[in-house]
Design a protein around this ligand. Sequence first.
Ligand SMILES: Nc1ncnc2c1ncn2[C@@H]1O[C@H](COP(=O)(O)OP(=O)(O)OP(=O)(O)O)[C@@H](O)[C@H]1O
Length: 235
Amino acid sequence: MDNSTAAPDDGIVINNVRKDYRIGKNAVTIFSDLTMTIGAGDFVAIVGPSGSGKSTLLNLIGGIDRPDGGDINFGHARISRMSESALTKWRGANVGFVFQFYNLMPMLTAEQNIELPLLLTSLTARQRRERVETILSLVGLTDRRKHLPSELSGGQQQRVGIARALASDPKLLLCDEPTGDLDRSSAEEVLAMLRILNAELGKTIVMVTHDDMAARSAKRVLRLDKGQFVEREAA
Ligand SMILES: Nc1ncnc2c1ncn2[C@@H]1O[C@H](COP(=O)(O)OP(=O)(O)OP(=O)(O)O)[C@@H](O)[C@H]1O
């Protein structure tokens, strides 16, 4: 069946996606026919039981993993059919990843962690410094720039994680349990930041979460269960 729709602007269109994992001779099907659209500038929370495939979906959207059937489009880019090198380039320019446990380099300062993805671009050292300055100020960490991750609170480390994800000015932020390791007040700070990035900078955000408070920050909540989506009104 081909019910594909044209991808609007930089929206994400997932058409009839299938994803299997093979373990030895056995295949486990996570999705057999998943279809959904996320508009440019949307803020979507993906919730659902453990093992329902939320992180798998995020990895498919971000081009870290590939579907076994169907297609994934980002704007006019059919990412599910790109070569490895084209996909790596596309990801670097268009996607920022935010992780539950921040994934910061422990020996690098906050500003060095933020600069890291920019070392792969053609920006000059001066342009990189300017970009890091702007982002440090955006996430309110200018005064913590020289701190190592171990010298920062969990909330501050996550803000460095978000800053690093923003370094190359991607249109899309993919966040996997961004508040999963944080206390309530740090989680609120991080969610407030994501709302600002969405509302004021127009970033499209897809966030996997088990946290009701986090889900309420989104404009849409999609519940993934048994390989299908059920949409729920955001509270
Ligand atoms: N690389 C892999 N190889 C084999 N099976 C995998 C792999 N990655 C995930 N799975 C399986 O796919 C299913 C979906 O995993 P996924 O991590 O996407 O779920 P999830 O909804 O994000 O779960 P959680 O809420 O617990 O993080 C699980 O049953 C998992 O064991």
